[in-house]
Design a protein around this ligand. Structure first.
Ligand code: ADP
Ligand code: NI
Length: 203
């Protein structure tokens, strides 16, 4: 089927571009987001072709990417147009990538169903055991500490739990996303409880 062909072409491109990206946006993050997006998209009756393309491409223009792999939105648009993917699909995919990468506070009611699905899938990968792993990897890549008991600037990895991770459960857009976030959110709390318990043991 033509759609499968486009997906495999885009996959090949993204894999090459982000394979060993070191700030938490490597190929395996993209692959997990794609799989979760397909799972959420199927139960929410979203357009699966748009969901899969947007999930594969969602981090290519992110400011956190290293400059040698980061693309501009026009590059992504050109790539899709060159493959002769339907114009309307390209426009929808480009919109989703911009919403997600620029972290614009787009009101939820302005998001397409497909944007909601991909954003939920991306947020799921920021919580639970994987989210914890990505947080410490990101902090390490920036030279930040694991934990500073009274770090006023909040640049240590544990502060990021309060700045972002613990808030994500309530920001999920879809019913399926909310359901999947629940267990991962609980795991964040279990992790923090144990983390502080161990810190207090060595007072
Ligand atoms: P996403 O792939 O969801 O767009 P981001 O680009 O925001 O993720 O960040 C990549 C990963 O690094 C995420 O897991 C995120 O929670 C984590 N992260 C982002 N900022 C920080 C920070 N200041 N300290 C620790 N981890 C961070
Ligand atoms: Ni992402």
């Amino acid at each position: 089927m033509e759609e499968n062909y486009f997906v495999s072409k885009v996959e090949e491109f993204v894999k090459k571009q982000l394979y060993d990206e070191a700030s938490g946006h490597d190929w395996w993050h993209i692959d997990r987001v794609r799989k979760n997006a397909l799972r959420i998209g199927a139960t929410e009756n979203a357009n699966i072709f748009i969901v899969e393309l947007a999930a594969l491409l969602h981090d290519l223009i992110d400011d956190k990417l290293s400059e040698d792999v980061k693309l501009q939105i026009n590059d992504v648009e050109r790539l899709l147009m060159k493959m002769e993917i339907d114009r309307k699909v390209v426009a929808d995919v480009v919109d989703i990538i911009q919403i997600i990468s620029f972290r614009k506070k787009t009101p939820v009611h302005h998001l397409s169903l497909e944007a909601k699905v991909v954003q939920d899938a991306d947020r799921l990968d920021a919580i639970g055991a994987i989210g914890i792993a990505r947080t410490f990897t990101y902090a390490g890549s920036k030279g930040n500490l694991i934990y500073h008991p009274n770090n006023k600037e909040g640049t240590d990895a544990i502060s990021h739990f309060y700045d972002k991770l613990l808030k994500l459960k309530d920001l999920m857009n879809t019913k399926t996303g909310k359901l999947l976030a629940e267990e991962r959110h609980q795991f964040l709390q279990v992790f923090l409880d144990q983390f502080y318990r161990e810190c207090n043991e060595v007072k």
